[in-house]
Design a protein around this ligand. Structure first.
Ligand code: PGA
Length: 251
């Protein structure tokens, strides 16, 4: 069966010192739950210190983004090799990257291919905007995002992929999707499209997360759904007690 997966996306929060304090707070609770794959994604300035603090544990380190080239004249970018020096996981195509920093289905696809070619485990984010949701386009939009992101990716590496379904209107708003609706999209759109890309057997092994205003109160309702295998957690991943509570709910 699919091992539950919970990742904390710290976004643009925490200085190095604050990151070290948060990891120290998180570690005892995270260490206690071996049945869940636990990942934290701090900003790159903290990779060095956080990777040292995690070295003796099985808690994984992830990046929030990468650039697909290994090196070169790309001012301000973080290359796939630089991510690879510290991280096993990388979030790709987060809605904030798409809406604020011009990422498209095509650049998301380049990042996915680069991450997999360098043996990273990508966490691919998909999800519809409020407008798309209200005009009944959720299925079409999410299907397109999944298909485009995975174009040209071989089935042989597909099990490394984790997909996070994150309705944009639920991110950071305190208005989570209903667990039943999130499960429908995960099963009937995300997993169905994964099956069309890679075949049903491989699609059945790929973890699908829900993200968007998950907290320790509502987490269990999401994680008990048939096709939701964990969560991608933003705001609540910055508070040790909340994040550990969410990981506990996934166990
Ligand atoms: P949130 O963010 O948990 O703060 O809603 C989720 C995300 O952006 O991944």
């Amino acid at each position: 069966m699919r091992k539950p997966f919970v990742a904390g996306n710290w976004k643009m929060n925490k200085t190095v010192e604050q990151a070290a304090l948060l990891v120290a707070d998180l570690l005892p609770g995270l260490e206690a739950v071996k049945t869940v794959e636990r990942v934290i994604c701090p900003p790159p300035t903290s990779f060095m210190v956080v990777s040292r603090l995690l070295a003796a544990s099985d808690v994984g380190l992830g990046a929030q983004n990468l650039f697909w080239e290994e090196s070169g004249a790309y001012t301000g970018e973080l290359s796939v090799l630089m991510v690879k020096e510290f991280c096993k996981f990388v979030i790709i195509g987060h809605s904030e990257r798409r809406s604020l920093f011009g990422e498209t289905d095509d650049t998301v696809n380049l990042k996915m291919k680069s991450a997999l070619a360098h043996d990273l485990f990508p966490i691919l984010c998909v999800g519809e905007s409020l407008e798309e949701n209200e005009s009944g386009q959720t299925g079409t939009v999410v299907a397109r995002q999944v298909k485009k992101a995975l174009e040209g990716i071989e089935a042989g590496v597909a099990e490394k992929i984790v997909v996070a379904y994150e309705p944009v209107w639920a991110i950071g708003t305190g208005k989570a999707a209903s667990p039943e609706t999130a499960n429908e999209i995960s099963r009937d759109v995300v997993r169905k499209n994964l099956a069309e890309c890679f075949g049903a057997n491989i699609a059945a092994k790929i973890r699908i997360l829900y993200g968007g205003s998950v907290n320790k109160q509502n987490a269990a309702d999401f994680f008990s759904q048939s096709d939701i295998d964990g969560g991608l957690i933003g705001g609540a991943s910055l508070k040790a007690e909340e994040f550990v509570g969410i990981v506990d709910a996934a166990a």
